[in-house]
Design a protein around this ligand. Structure first.
Ligand SMILES: [Zn+2]
Length: 368
């Protein structure tokens, strides 16, 4: 495939991964375009993207303290409208959490999101929103357009940015927030190169991408692991590769890839030391399937357990997923926790087994 931004065919492969999706392994390469420095994923799974995002979106659309802080900060940067009656359109507005903040500042609020449940929640709060993927239409025209945590999911960013331009009223502004490639490392960011984020930017390459699509950045900055830019329309201009690129982006992706290989080798050797014992794997989801693929765990684990009722009886590798109750009835010698994000919570829930002499194993460092 060609670069989704500048269409060049000359890329460097920075990372090779494999993902389990609906039981199928999908090979993916994280590439860096030599012409424009865009970091992008090569895989094009033959699936509706919505099926890929479904479970993630549902989880992430729940407001938590981090999101509340993020949206309050976005609203602070955006500020109140210059004139009464100015309208904001939030593409991928979810439950309207940012629109809530902007409405309080005096904006007339509108948006769209493909997730119908989230849109219903936003609509009940008084926002003018519709359940659909974004396509530019005259009735979407606004003084401010927002793409928050959306652009990185788009396979064709140039079209998306041009579509944003189409619904901006004269003198209007565009606020975009994306994850920051410079914050990516395997220890703090986890498994990030994959199927869900299609593209990655540094602050410099985001500026260039915006200029290429016909936007001039008014201000930009970084926050937590993301970055934002406020832009206004200008004439599109030819691409110029930012200083130090694409070497910088290649280095970030390759460092991540190397660290991931090191951690996987460490996990594989930890698991190898369990061979011959009775080992239950706790967690039978995609993360467990990934562990089974890159380590010898398939030949080591004798049982798989998951607290998620809907997985009971399903296959995970060659094993059948059991209920946690079975662990208490018939404790194994060791339990390996397959989750990274919830390993501490799961370990706390297994304390009774640990007290009975079961070796409860967390594979990931506390910081990860
Ligand atoms: Zn390119």
């Amino acid at each position: 495939m060609d670069c989704p931004l500048c269409q060049a065919a000359d890329h460097v492969v920075g990372h090779v991964g494999e993902f389990i999706l609906a039981g199928e392994a999908i090979r993916q390469e994280t590439r860096i375009c030599r012409a424009c420095s865009l970091v992008f994923e090569s895989a094009e799974p033959n699936l509706e993207w919505s099926s890929l995002y479904g479970s993630v979106w549902y989880r992430s659309s729940l407001p938590n303290a981090k999101q509340t802080e993020l949206y309050a900060r976005d609203a602070g940067l955006i500020g109140p409208p210059a004139h009464a009656g100015e309208r904001v359109f939030d593409i991928g507005c979810g439950r309207g959490l940012l629109l809530d903040e902007l409405s309080a500042l005096g904006w007339v609020t509108a948006g769209c999101d493909p997730e119908a449940d989230a849109i219903e929640t936003a609509r009940l709060k008084g926002h003018s929103v519709t359940a659909e993927c974004f396509e530019p239409r005259p009735d979407f025209e606004s003084d401010l357009v927002i793409l928050g945590d959306v652009l990185e999911h788009v396979a064709d960013p140039l079209s998306m940015l041009r579509d944003v331009r189409q619904i901006l009223r004269p003198g209007g502004r565009f606020y975009v927030r994306v994850p920051d490639l410079e914050e990516v490392n395997f220890d703090t960011f986890g498994d990030v190169f994959g199927l869900q984020h299609r593209i990655w930017f540094t602050r410099d390459t985001l500026r260039e991408a915006l200029a290429f699509a016909g936007f001039e950045v008014c201000f930009d900055g970084k926050f937590a692991r993301g970055m934002h830019a406020m832009a206004r329309i200008q004439s599109p201009r030819a691409w110029s590769c930012p200083k130090g690129e694409p070497a910088r982006s290649v280095e970030i992706v390759r460092n991540y890839s190397r660290d991931m290989a090191v951690r996987r080798a460490r996990i594989a050797s930890r698991l190898e030391s369990l061979r011959g014992r009775e080992v239950a794997l706790y967690g039978g989801g995609e993360h467990a399937e990934e562990l089974l693929r890159f380590s010898a765990l398939g030949g080591i684990a004798t049982r798989v357990v998951d607290s998620n009722e809907s997985l009971w009886g399903n296959a995970c590798g060659a094993l059948t997923i059991e209920t946690p109750a079975v662990l208490r009835d018939r404790p194994p010698e060791s339990v390996v926790i397959a989750s990274k994000a919830y390993q501490n919570e799961i370990a706390a829930g297994l304390e009774d087994l640990a007290e009975r002499g079961v070796d409860v194993i967390r594979l990931y460092a506390e910081s990860g």
